[in-house]
Design a protein around this ligand. Structure first.
Ligand code: B3K
Ligand code: ZN
Length: 884
C-alpha cells in the first residue's frame, strides 16, 4: 500500500451535515439505509464525491431522490457529477457481522452485535467520508429481533421505541452533538444494566448505565463508581461537565483493545468493566478505574474537540492519557500513593515506549506517515504524548495549565484541530512562560522521534561553597531524521546533603531564594548552573518525578545512589536510585560467566527500605522489585536473553535468601484482615505480602523446604479475594513448586465459567520463569490445544500467546522453536484479525538487538512472515519495517 503522509492533508471536498441511518440488523446480513445531507466545501475546487467503503455490498444509491451515475474505485464509491452544491444522498447497502472477524465495523460477539469505528471502521458499515474532520449530526433507527436483541442502543438520546411485526422491535436515537464517523456506535444485544441517576453541579440530571450480560451485574459496581468519580473529577479539576442526558457503558467479550469513547455510548472490553473481589485483582480494579476515566475524559478531549486527521491522534490520546493519569493519582490519595502511580506509569513508558522509539517502528508523537493507521495507536502517541502534555504542565504550572485548557475549549470546542492548536492555546494562556517563549523549540517533542539523552555532571568547590552543574543533551540521528535539534527539557531537581538534608537552591546572581526544589529548563545543547552558598558536597537529585521522557546519565556513584535511596525527599528518585543500583549489578554480571552478586551495601539498603515504618507498603514493593529482564536487555546493544534470565534469576534467589527473615516479617505484618477495598492502602499491603510470599516460596523450593509452599497452598485455597488467591497461586507457579499443579487444577475448576479469570490462568502459566529444561514452553504448546483456548477471542489470545512471547527466556529459545511458533501464529491470526496480528508481529521488532543465534533465527522467522503474499497492510507494515 502507498503510505499516507501528513503533508498531503487537504480539507474535504464535501461536508456531511446530517446523517440518518436505519439498520435492519441481522448477524448474517444487515441492511443499512443511509440518508446524507451533503454540502460542497466551497473552499475547494469542484471535484467528484468519493465515499469510502470496505467489505460492504452496495444495493442502491440516489441523489435528491433520483438515480445518479456512480462508479467504483478500490475502496471507494465515486459520484463524478453530484447534483449541485447541496443535495441529499440515499444509500442502501449490506454488511455481514458474522463474517467480521476483524472486529472493526459491525461485528458479532456472543451476546449480540457491536460496533468499533475508530479509526476507519465506519466505512465497513456504510459508504461515507470516513475522516475525522467531517462532522455530522446523527439520527439512528435500529430494527432487530426482540428476543435475541432486547437492547438496542446508539449515541445520544432515545427518541422512541416500540414493537414491529415478526417479533422484531425498533429504537430511534438522536445525538445532538456533531461528531466524526469514528465516534458512531450501536449495540444490539441481550444485556442488563446497572443504572444510576445523578445530578451534577449545574443542577442537570443524568442517567448513567453500565450494560453487561445477565449474570455479570454484580461485577459492575466498581465501574459505575469509577464513572461517577470521573464525572466529579473533570468538573472539579478542569470545569468540564457532563454534557449528555444519558451516558452508557457497554461491555463486550470480543474486543481488540481496552475500550472506545463513542459519544454517550462507550463500548468496553469486559476486562475493563467487570470487577468483583472474588474475580478481579487490585490491578484489575485500578485498570477499570483508569480506563473508565480515560474514555469518559475523551468526551471533552477527543469528542467535543476532535482530531483534524489521524496524524493528530496524540491531540486526543496523549492529552487523555495525561488526564487519566492525573485522575488516578488524585484518586490514589497522598503523596506516596501518587508517587507509586507515577512510578508505575514511568515503568510502563520505559519498558514499552523507549524501545519503540529506538526500534524500526519509531515515529514522532505526531507521525509523518503511515501505511495502516491502526499501527499508530502506540505507546509513543499515547504515553509519550502524555509526557509531552505533562511537561507543558510542569513549564506553566498546574493553574497555568488549567487556564490553557480553558482557552483551548474557548477556541476550538466543536471543531477538529491539530496538535499545534493545542500547544498554542496552552502557551497563549501563559505569556512569558518558558512554554510560550520557547514554543517552537518545545514543539520538537511532537516532530522528532527518539528518546533524547541528557548528561549531567556536577563539581563541588568547598572553598567557594559553589556547586557547578553542567547539563547537556543529544539525540541519536535516525533514518528519517538524520539531524535532531535540541529539545526544551524541564528538569525538576534538588540537592541532597550527605546526611540526607535537602539543600537550599540559590543560583549565582539570585538573592533570597530559599526553595529546596525547582524546575530548571534545558533549552539548548548545554546549560551550566552555578549554585552558591552550598556548605556540603551535594548529591544532585535530577529529573524528579521523571519530569521529562529522557535517558539521564548523571554519573552518580554507588555511594551517591545509596544516599538518594536512603534520603531523597522525592519518592520517584528514591525508587530510581534503588533500581539503578540493582541494574548496575545485573549489567556488570551479564557479559561474564560469573554469577551476579548482591553486595552487602545494597542488601542492607533494601532491607532498610523494607523495614522502614514511615514508608508505604506499595512503595516498598516497588523498591524491592528488580528491573525486568526486558528493561535490562534494553540497556544493552546486544543482548543474550538466556544470560540475562540467568542473572535475573540469580539475583532474585539472593534477594530471597538474604532477606529471608525480612520477607517472613513482611508477609506476616501486611495481612489485610478487614473487608476488601480496592484502595491504594489495602492494595499496597496485599502487593507487599504477595511479593514476600513469592520470595519465601522461591527460597523454600530451592532449598527443599516444604513449609512455605504448604502455607501458600493453604492461602490459595482459603483466600477471600482474587488478589490474594492469584498471588499465592503465582508464588507456587513461578517457583515451579510441586503444589502448583494441583493448585492450577483447582483454580480452573473454580473459575471455569469466568472468562476473564481463565485468561489469568493461561497468562500465569505462560509468564512463569522458564526453566533450563523448557517447562514453560512445553506447557504453552500444550495449552494451545486446551479446549478453553481460542485465537478468535483477543483477550484469550493475548493471555496465552502474548504472555508467552513477552516472557523472554521462554520465547527466545536457542532452538528457535519460539520464533517458529510466532511466525505460525502471526500468519494464522492475520487472516482473521490484522490488528491483533500486527500487535503480535511487533513483539519481534527488537530482533536486531539480539545476539546470535537468536538474531539469525529471528530474521528468518520475520522473512517467513514477510514472504506470505496475502498479508494485511497492518502486519505487512510491521514486518517490512522490521526487516528494512
Ligand atoms: N480511541 C480508542 C482506540 C481505538 C483504537 C483503534 N485501533 C480507545 C482509547 O484510546 O480510548
Ligand atoms: Zn484514548
Amino acid at each position: 500500500a502507498t503510505p499516507v503522509r501528513r503533508q498531503d492533508y487537504t480539507a474535504p471536498a464535501y461536508w456531511i451535515r446530517s446523517v440518518e441511518l436505519t439498520f435492519d440488523l441481522d448477524p448474517g446480513k444487515t441492511i443499512v439505509t443511509s440518508r446524507l445531507v451533503i454540502e460542497r466545501n466551497l473552499d475547494t475546487p469542484p471535484q467528484p464525491l468519493k465515499l469510502q467503503g470496505e467489505d460492504i455490498t452496495l444495493l442502491r444509491v440516489q441523489a435528491n431522490g433520483e438515480s445518479v451515475s456512480f462508479r467504483h474505485e478500490p475502496g471507494l464509491l465515486v459520484i463524478d457529477n453530484p447534483p449541485g452544491d447541496n443535495f441529499t444522498l440515499d444509500i442502501r447497502n449490506t454488511c455481514c457481522p458474522d463474517k467480521n472477524t476483524q472486529l472493526s465495523g459491525l461485528f458479532s460477539s456472543d451476546s449480540g452485535l457491536f460496533t468499533q469505528c475508530e479509526a476507519e471502521g465506519f466505512r465497513r458499515i456504510t459508504y461515507f467520508l470516513d475522516r475525522p474532520d467531517v462532522m455530522a449530526v446523527y439520527t439512528v433507527t435500529l430494527r432487530a429481533d426482540k428476543k435475541r436483541y432486547p437492547v438496542l442502543l446508539s449515541n445520544g438520546n432515545l427518541l422512541e421505541q416500540g414493537p414491529l411485526d415478526n417479533g422484531r422491535h425498533y429504537a430511534k436515537w438522536h445525538d445532538p452533538f456533531r461528531k466524526p464517523s469514528y465516534l458512531f456506535a450501536l449495540v444490539a444485544a441481550d444485556l442488563v444494566a446497572r443504572e444510576q441517576l445523578i445530578r451534577t453541579r449545574s443542577g442537570r440530571d443524568h442517567l448513567l448505565q453500565v450494560y453487561v450480560r445477565r449474570g455479570d451485574l454484580d461485577k459492575t459496581e466498581h465501574a459505575m463508581n469509577s464513572l461517577i468519580a470521573s464525572i466529579i473529577w473533570d468538573e472539579a479539576r478542569f470545569k468540564l461537565p457532563l454534557d449528555l442526558e444519558r451516558f452508557m457503558i457497554v461491555a463486550v467479550g470480543d474486543f481488540n483493545m481496552g475500550a472506545m469513547e463513542n459519544k454517550g455510548l462507550n463500548i468496553f472490553n469486559t476486562k475493563y468493566v467487570l470487577a468483583s473481589p472474588a474475580t478481579a485483582t487490585d490491578t484489575d480494579f485500578m485498570g477499570v478505574e483508569s480506563v473508565v476515566g480515560h474514555e469518559y475524559f475523551h468526551n471533552w478531549t477527543g469528542n467535543r474537540i476532535t482530531c483534524r486527521d489521524w496524524f493528530q491522534l496524540s491531540l486526543k490520546e496523549g492529552l487523555t492519557v495525561f488526564r487519566d493519569q492525573e485522575f488516578s493519582m488524585d484518586m490514589a490519595g497522598g503523596p506516596s500513593a501518587r508517587a507509586v502511580k507515577r512510578i508505575d506509569d514511568v515503568r510502563g513508558l520505559r519498558q514499552v515506549q523507549f524501545p519503540e522509539d529506538a526500534g524500526p517502528m519509531a515515529h514522532p508523537v505526531r507521525p509523518d506517515e503511515y501505511q495502516a493507521i491502526n499501527n499508530f495507536y502506540t505507546a509513543t502517541v499515547y504515553e509519550k504524548g502524555a509526557e509531552v502534555v505533562r511537561m507543558m504542565q510542569t513549564l506553566v504550572g498546574r493553574e497555568g495549565f488549567e487556564r490553557g485548557m480553558t482557552l483551548y475549549f474557548q477556541r476550538h470546542d466543536g471543531f477538529a484541530v491539530t496538535c499545534d492548536d493545542f500547544a498554542q492555546a496552552i502557551a497563549d494562556a501563559n505569556p512569558g512562560s518558558m512554554l510560550s517563549t520557547r514554543l517552537e523549540t518545545f514543539k520538537r517533542w511532537y516532530a522528532q522521534a527518539g528518546t533524547p539523552h541528557v548528561e549531567a555532571r556536577g563539581r563541588y568547590d568547598a572553598e567557594q561553597r559553589r556547586y557547578v552543574l553542567t547539563l547537556s543533551q543529544w539525540s541519536s540521528p535516525s533514518a528519517q531524521q538524520p539531524v535532531k535539534l535540541p529539545y526544551v527539557i524541564p528538569v525538576v531537581m534538588g540537592l541532597v546533603g550527605p546526611e540526607g538534608q535537602a539543600l537550599t537552591l540559590q543560583l549565582e546572581g539570585e538573592y533570597g531564594h530559599s526553595g529546596t526544589e525547582r524546575v530548571i529548563v534545558i533549552d539548548d545543547e548545554r546549560l551550566e548552573l552555578v549554585f552558591v552558598n552550598v556548605d556540603v558536597p551535594p548529591v544532585p537529585s535530577l529529573l524528579r518525578g521523571f519530569s521529562a521522557p529522557v535517558r539521564l546519565d548523571d554519573g552518580l556513584s554507588d555511594a551517591d545512589l545509596l544516599t538518594l535511596l536512603r534520603h531523597d525527599s522525592d519518592a520517584f528518585n528514591r525508587w530510581e536510585a534503588g533500581q539503578r543500583l540493582a541494574l548496575s549489578r545485573m549489567l556488570a554480571a551479564v557479559p561474564g560467566a560469573a554469577p551476579a552478586v548482591l553486595d552487602d551495601a545494597l542488601v542492607d539498603a533494601l532491607r532498610a527500605v523494607l523495614r522502614d515504618p514511615s514508608l508505604d507498603p506499595a512503595f516498598k514493593e516497588l523498591v524491592l522489585t528488580l528491573p525486568t529482564e526486558r528493561y535490562v536487555a534494553e540497556q544493552l546493544d546486544t543482548s543474550d536473553p538466556q544470560r540475562i534470565h540467568a542473572v535475573h534469576q540469580a539475583l532474585q534467589a539472593q534477594l530471597a535468601e538474604r532477606l529471608h527473615d525480612d520477607w517472613a516479617w513482611a508477609f506476616e505484618h501486611h495481612q489485610v484482615t478487614e473487608g476488601y477495598r480496592p484502595d491504594s492502602e489495602q492494595s499496597g499491603r496485599r502487593a507487599l505480602a504477595n511479593r514476600a510470599l513469592g520470595m519465601l516460596v522461591r527460597h523454600a523450593v530451592a532449598t527443599g523446604d516444604a513449609v512455605w509452599p504448604g502455607k501458600a497452598y493453604g492461602r490459595f485455597k482459603e483466600a477471600a479475594n482474587m488478589t490474594d488467591r492469584l498471588g499465592a497461586l503465582a508464588a507456587l507457579v513461578d517457583a515451579h513448586a510441586e503444589l502448583a499443579a494441583p493448585a492450577l487444577e483447582r483454580f480452573h475448576t473454580l473459575f471455569k465459567d469466568e472468562a476473564l479469570v481463565i485468561d489469568k490462568w493461561f497468562a500465569l502459566q505462560a509468564g512463569a520463569p522458564e526453566t533450563a529444561d523448557g517447562r514453560v514452553f512445553t506447557r504453552v504448546k500444550a495449552l494451545l490445544k486446551h479446549p478453553d483456548f481460542s485465537l478468535k477471542n483477543p483477550n484469550r489470545a493475548r493471555s496465552l500467546v502474548f504472555s508467552f512471547m513477552n516472557n523472554p527466556a521462554a520465547f527466545h529459545r536457542s532452538d528457535a522453536a519460539g520464533y517458529a511458533l510466532w511466525a505460525e501464529l502471526v500468519i494464522e491470526i492475520d487472516a482473521a484479525n490484522p490488528q491483533l496480528a500486527s500487535r503480535l508481529a511487533r513483539l519481534m521488532e527488537r530482533w536486531r538487538r539480539l545476539a546470535e543465534p537468536w538474531q539469525s533465527a529471528a530474521r528468518e522467522a520475520l522473512a517467513r512472515v514477510a514472504a506470505k503474499p496475502n498479508l494485511s497492510d497492518d502486519t505487512r507494515e510491521v514486518v517490512s519495517r522490521a526487516l528494512e
